[in-house]
Design a protein around this ligand. Structure first.
Ligand SMILES: CC(C)(COP(=O)(O)OP(=O)(O)OC[C@H]1O[C@@H](n2cnc3c(N)ncnc32)[C@H](O)[C@@H]1OP(=O)(O)O)[C@@H](O)C(=O)NCCC(=O)NCCS
Length: 167
């Protein structure tokens, strides 16, 4: 296992091709993908394509969406991580968890450790995050992390706010 980050309650590791079913399960809940701009993952073939074409290439630059697990029982609870978005020349913080694990502080805990890793280990100058304005939980995570509101934008088809680590 390629473990990247450890926090008091969680560890973050690189996804492998064996995680395809987990991506299907995570996106299977409409509440989870309400503000994310992507849809359900329809089958294992599509999940493996997401892993090989979108997620794995980011690992070459030490970035990526990482699988998040509870230390207590190794349960996979979602993902968190950094992604280089070429069109905008931005490094984006993102996170997504199973609804059964919302409201327990896991997004804040994993995202804070991810930002620390980006700033202190990878020496990134700036990390941004984009959240739909109606996605109150996500906006609250970004505020809690101490990220700074930069501008309004769109996230998929929703009016969104962009937050940054640097202004
Ligand atoms: C957004 C998401 C990751 C938040 O995860 P989480 O683990 O529930 O967040 P946390 O428990 O760390 O909560 C962070 C803060 O937001 C607040 N919060 C959480 N859910 C909330 C809600 N529905 N409404 C208002 N505030 C909320 C919490 O109270 C907490 O603040 P506090 O510690 O001061 O009380 C989770 O809801 C999720 O996976 N959503 C689906 C995917 C998604 O939308 N990703 C983000 C795309 S931009």
């Amino acid at each position: 296992m390629n473990k990247i980050i450890e926090t008091p309650r969680l560890y973050l590791r690189e996804f492998t091709i064996d995680d395809a079913q987990s991506l299907i399960d995570l996106n299977n809940n409409p509440n989870v993908i309400r503000y994310t701009g992507d849809g359900p993952v329809k089958d294992l073939e599509e999940a493996k394509r997401i892993l090989t074409d979108i997620i794995f290439p980011q690992y070459k630059n030490k970035l990526g969406r990482w699988a998040v697990h509870l230390k207590s029982n190794n349960e996979f609870i979602g993902w968190c991580g950094l992604k280089f978005i070429e069109e905008n020349n931005e490094i984006d913080l993102g996170y997504r968890f199973f609804e059964s694990h919302w409201g327990k502080g896991y997004a804040s805990e994993s995202a804070k450790a991810t930002l620390d890793y980006g700033v202190n280990i990878l020496k990134l100058k700036n990390i941004i995050a984009r959240a739909a304005k109606d996605n109150v939980a996500s906006i609250n995570v970004l505020k809690k992390l101490g990220m700074i509101y930069l501008k309004d934008d769109m996230c998929a088809h929703d009016p969104a706010a962009v937050y940054t680590t640097d202004v």
